[in-house]
Design a protein around this ligand. Sequence first.
Ligand code: ZN
Length: 132
Amino acid sequence: MSTPNKTDKTTQGLRLVSYCPVCEIRSKSMNARTLAAQGETKLMHIQCHKCQNAFLALVLVNQVGASSVGLLTDLAYDDVVRFRSHADVSVNDVIGIHEQLEQGLFPVTFEKPRKTAVKKVLVKKARKKLGK
Ligand SMILES: [Zn+2]
């Protein structure tokens, strides 16, 4: 029995992060960037070129093979980098934001474009299943 070389293991890991679970496309052109690495484990930010949804994936590649755990996120790569380097949110931070919102210092309406995109893909998949 031969032992897979490092390139084979890396390829297995890349294959895991080249699949979009939202639009079910398998593409080598997924935008995957490493956020952190420790030993055989990598934390990666992956964005689908087709539906633009992003995922955080914990990818483990070792002698046995490759596995991953993913989480759908609305964070861009730069957001993840920024939040990883910041300290935890304290109770005082929450109270401060609450006070500022009450004073109307943030007159911003929040949009949810990502949920709309996910909903469109899910509707498309449901129609496809029904043969429409
Ligand atoms: Zn996709």
